[in-house]
Design a protein around this ligand. Sequence first.
Ligand SMILES: Cc1ncc(COP(=O)(O)O)c(C=O)c1O
Length: 485
Amino acid sequence: MRIPLNRSAQEPIYLQIRDRIKHLITSGSLQAGEQLPSIRALAESVQVNKLTVIEAYSVLEADGLVEAKQGAGYFVTNFVTDNVNFSERSSTLEPAQEVVIPSKWGESFIDQYMSSIQAQLDPDVIDFTSGFPRPSGLEDLARISRRAMTQVADVLFSYDAPQGQFTLRKQLAQMLAWKLGLEVSADNLIITNGSKQALSLAFQYYLQAGDWAIVESPTYHGAIAILEKMGIKVIGIPMQKDGMNLELLHQYLRSHQPKLIYTVSTLHNPTGITTSQAHRRELISLAEKYNCPILEDNAYEGLNFQPAPPPLKVLDSSDLVTYIGTFSKTLMPGLRVGYMVSSGKHYQSLVEIKLLHDLHVSTVTQAIASEYIASGHYRRHLNHLRSINHQRHDLMLQSMEQYFPSTVRWTVPNGGLFIWVQLPNSTPLQLVSQQAATQKVLIGSGKVFFPDGQGYPALRLNFSQSLENIERGICLLGDILKQNI
Ligand SMILES: Cc1ncc(COP(=O)(O)O)c(C=O)c1O
């Protein structure tokens, strides 16, 4: 392989190697499945250190262009080919919905969360209801955690700053800029106990009991539950195939002067929908017109199979958007490390609320996340996760096509963890759910995601299961649906 290098150029050598190999792959000179030269061979032929080649291969791996096979070396991936299969399917979702202003609240997020925690204890249960990712890369995590813990004696022992450790905030700022085009600095970041805490803090900052707030309908039930407890009056704007209905949003911004719009713009929970750049632009311009802050929850950041449009925060020139992310879905939910990005006058107020709440996130868990990023494992791990999730996502869709009645509709998300299934209106969902539970398949009910617990009959199916469980569970569920629809 010929890799011309310009040793006096500003661009680091490993990136020059990456660019050349990327060019060979995208131009078709290197084909899917073809093996790259070994690290040693390439280092000798281009006369660089082996570490430089490792770094170049790691970046290619993180970009999804090559994959490492244990003991065999690096190979060009089938990633591009996989995406072609993926994009052939498209969402069939077609709900007829109206705006929801709940007078009573829906089923409890707390009950559903507790039953998913319980379900984890029984290895025979297939739990399609939870939002939990499947464990992966645990050996690396254990090793990296031990390394991070060695700092306890010096830097990690003491109380720390409420906004979180500078190193982690700086790494996050770099990652957000590099991956999402979100140009922020460490001084815009606050590390939180998961993104759930970031949600609570932002809701507390922007809202008071009796205020109106806009949410998508359906939306993340954990957010609905906090708003309910705070005594917030919620307006649920219907989610269509391409995101929240902006005409209705406009109408309610005008009529109710809400104090906040809560949105999951990428890999929405529960529908998996990612809004387009045009939708994002329009949403921002409406928010600006009515001076209404936006809370952008990007909990599934990094789990998209194909690039998503830049977050709303990138389009924000008036400090209206607070952005939220987390390591829960990509690295480890038990770590409880999330973050928020805020700008302008809001930042310091949010830091103070965080301080009053619990001082700061554990220094140890922050150090683990930081070490994970610094070691280069995070990029590789994300890539691996995307590839196994993609396989599971495709299998779930294939199995649904094969086993579900033809009247059932669903979304085809570009990543994340969920497929949202719309059932015919006559479906006796409670009965279906009970029958599935007797066979150890948990499906719950999509009602929890609607602000008033009503909505249309639907299911949120989590595809982060083993391939075997996906096929078996969907086949079983298909039989039950056919008996009841
Ligand atoms: C949309 C959304 N936001 C926030 C969270 C909270 O996640 P964590 O607190 O683990 O970061 C979740 C978890 O399922 C979620 O789906």
